[in-house]
Design a protein around this ligand. Structure first.
Ligand code: SF4
Length: 324
């Protein structure tokens, strides 16, 4: 029987590198990342601050130029695309930032902020435009009185809803959400996450890259998870498998800090030694070896691990699959 072809990924990063040269060295913010994000999926990209996850999000939309590798959106190679060719891509893929306040122009009313992309990317004008903007605000749970307010009159959660309404105004297929709830109160955070879940339920092709340091949030929202350490992905797989059977010691350490019911917790908290090393001077062998509680001297400090597949997930550790 013939197998059907896999769908075209909405986002594909192939051997992506983003290096920032300084006067004396090169900062390897993203160092050889490959991932595919299929239509309808929500992929959680997690890691400590400084792991390079935000740089991946910006490079995926070419807000930062890659040093090497390929970026494809819905099958189109945009690695070297210029401004004119990037315009349709930036319509179909929208970025939502952590701090909604800094992403909203304080001198514009909410109505104008949400209308702005429609004025650029659509033919809507006059009453049709006003009606669409009102509907978008309603879609994110804000009444039409907000049309005439300014960002400083809104709470953090309301501002993030405005940022989402603006992103949805151009009917995107993909959202890149960079810590979209981490500046919000827990209750507001829950409302925004529920909204994002509903959005995906309503629109089966909607695809999201959800960048977060909060694994509990990723577990709630995402289908798959990719764990980053020092500019590289070290483990990826379905959320349930990675949470129940993490293979990489770094993933295990991150998960050990997540509040979980006692019945789900396999071990106690794993405290990593030291800080994240500098991306200017990466450790030899496995870059995690100076902090890894399972590091094997003579091997981990010398040999860079390759991917090991375990069930539906995979990890970059010499000992992945050996122990639970
Ligand atoms: Fe730890 Fe070695 Fe695995 Fe790296 S390869 S994560 S140092 S056990």
């Amino acid at each position: 029987m013939l197998e059907s072809n896999p769908p075209t990924p909405m986002l594909e990063l192939e051997n992506l590198r983003v290096h920032f040269p300084t006067k004396s060295a090169v900062v390897r913010a993203v160092d050889d990342i490959s991932l595919k994000l299929y239509p309808g999926e929500i992929l959680g990209l997690v890691g400590e601050s400084g792991s390079g996850k935000s740089t991946v999000g910006k490079a995926a939309l070419r807000l930062i130029d890659p040093t090497d590798g390929k970026i494809r959106i819905n099958g189109s190679d945009i690695t070297d695309a210029s401004g004119k060719d990037l315009k349709p891509v930036r319509t179909k893929a929208q970025l939502i930032f952590q701090d909604p306040h800094s992403s909203l122009n304080p001198r514009m009313t909410i109505g104008k902020i949400v209308a702005e992309p429609l004025l650029i990317h659509s033919q809507l004008r006059g009453s049709e435009l006003a009606e669409t903007v009102s509907k978008l605000l309603g879609r994110v749970g804000l009444p039409s009185q907000f049309l005439h307010r300014y960002p400083h009159e809104l709470s953090g959660g309301q501002k993030q809803r405005v940022a989402i309404a603006r992103a949805l105004s151009v009917d995107p297929d993909m959202l890149i959400l960079d810590e979209p709830t981490s500046a919000l109160d827990v209750s507001v955070q829950a409302q925004i996450l529920e909204f994002l879940k509903e959005l995906h339920d309503e629109r089966p092709r909607m695809t999201s890259l959800f960048i977060s340091h909060n694994l509990a949030v990723v577990r709630f929202l995402c289908h798959r998870i990719a764990v980053m350490y020092l500019g590289r992905i070290v483990e990826e797989g379905p959320v349930e498998q990675v949470f129940s059977h993490p293979q990489h010691p770094y993933t295990k350490a991150l998960l050990s800090a997540v509040p979980l019911p006692q019945a789900e917790r396999n071990a106690g908290r794993i405290h990593l030694q030291g800080d994240l090393p500098s991306p200017v001077d990466l450790p030899s062998g496995c870059a995690f070896h100076p902090r890894c509680p399972q590091a094997a001297a003579g091997k981990c400090d010398k040999e860079s691990p390759i991917w090991v597949t375990v069930g539906a997930s995979r990890a970059r550790c010499h000992f992945a699959g050996d122990v639970e």
